[in-house]
Design a protein around this ligand. Structure first.
Ligand code: NAD
Ligand code: TYD
Length: 332
């Protein structure tokens, strides 16, 4: 099978590529601040793997990639993926997440690509009141430019199934964690800061709830959807481990041997969703997939990876990251 993977130099896309042991893969990635070819070193010289630098908003470049590679399937990860960045500067988020998805769908339509998996997020449901867990029919009630752009792209992808009968499935995963995650999201930021004895910025009261999914479990779920998912269907992917942020951060303090003196409660994020919670029953019934990583074990493995890869953290934190850190945390 030939798979065109977009965003394969990012956190989840690179794990998907590293974990795939049979397919021929073309990784089409713009290499934004979040794209890092170092993440692909374990597979870089494998003859099944090729990298092509390109922007999913560039229709000519996307078309040329389809023409040359003739993929059987597309797994579409590429996105601007961070809520805080989408609050500070929404334009690239809308451009890549919505218009870029449109470009990918048009190319797949033109080239009659057999299968398309659009990778999305549970954030499209917005904040879920207790005690509900959202299933795939839950209304889309987005709060941030990021989640709105993803919801828009989900609907666009589904419209290509309805209108053009394309073989498209949409996945909506909960919060991922694991090795190689850019240290701007909660878990890698807190680990990197704790290891450097820097303060850990907790937004608001820290009682917001997220469901945590180990990145390799997410990738195996996407592979299951690619192989067994139905056209026009949406599949939630969750880790079945919902925790308040402050509990997650306290576990990180324990795992890094630091104390609560590092905690710093800061001004809340605007439009902050209080609780994400989803059910994964549909995916489990359709494909037999189940999350396998226990949260405490996954967190320990992740902390160990960051401890062992401080030079990776130093490299991705240099340059542009410093400006973002100042913009996001300087005034809080
Ligand atoms: P990431 O930010 O780590 O990586 C994004 C990748 O996309 C980078 O390699 C970047 O260079 C590339 N990219 C960005 N704009 C591009 C463009 N215009 N053209 C080509 N490439 C471009 O993101 P991630 O955390 O790996 O997320 C991957 C996907 O999974 C996204 O669609 C995201 O919405 C979704 N998702 C993420 C999470 C999470 O917790 N991280 C949870 C659910 C869903
Ligand atoms: P994040 O990793 O940005 O993912 P998302 O907003 O997509 O769920 O944030 C996860 C949770 O952690 C969210 O409730 C916001 C909170 N958070 C903090 O409290 N401090 C931080 O520095 C960051 C980045 C996030």
């Amino acid at each position: 099978m030939k798979i065109l993977v977009t965003g394969g130099a990012g956190f989840i896309g690179s794990a998907f590529i590293r974990n795939n042991s049979t397919a021929h893969i073309l990784n089409f990635d713009k290499l934004t601040y979040a794209g890092n070819l170092e993440n692909l070193l374990p597979i870089a010289s494998n003859p099944r793997y090729r990298f092509l630098r390109g922007d999913i908003c560039d229709a000519a470049a996307v078309d040329a990639a389809f023409e040359d590679f003739q993929p059987d399937a597309v797994v579409h990860f590429a996105a601007e993926s961070h809520v805080d960045r989408s609050i500070h500067s929404p334009a690239p988020v809308i451009q890549t997440n919505f218009n870029g998805t449109f470009t990918m769908l048009e190319a797949a339509r033109k080239h009659k690509t057999e299968r398309f998996v659009h990778v999305s997020t549970d954030e499209v449901y917005g904040s879920i009141p207790e005690p509900l867990d959202a299933d795939e029919s839950y209304p889309l009630r987005t709060s941030s430019p990021y989640s709105a752009s993803k919801a828009g792209s989900d609907l666009l992808a589904l419209s290509y199934f309805t209108t053009y009968k394309m073989n498209i499935s949409v996945t909506r995963a909960s919060n991922n964690y694991g090795p190689y995650q850019f240290p701007e999201k909660l878990i890698p930021l807190m680990i990197a800061n704790a290891l450097e004895n820097k303060s850990l910025p907790i937004y608001g009261d820290g009682m917001q709830i997220r469901d945590w999914l180990y990145v390799d479990d997410h990738c195996s779920a996407i592979q299951s959807v690619l192989e067994k998912g139905q056209a026009g269907e949406v599949y939630n992917i969750g880790g079945s481990r919902a925790l308040p942020n402050i509990e997650v951060v306290k576990k990180i303090l324990a795992a890094t041997g630091r104390t609560e003196a590092l905690l710093s409660y800061v001004t809340d994020r605007p439009g902050h969703d209080r609780r994400y919670a989803i059910t994964t029953a549909k995916l489990e019934a359709a494909t037999g997939w189940k999350a396998t990583m226990d949260f405490e074990q996954g967190l320990t493995a992740t902390v160990d990876w960051y401890k062992a890869n401080q030079p990776w953290v130093d490299r991705v934190r240099s340059g542009e990251y410093q400006d973002f850190y100042q913009q996001n945390y300087g005034a809080r």
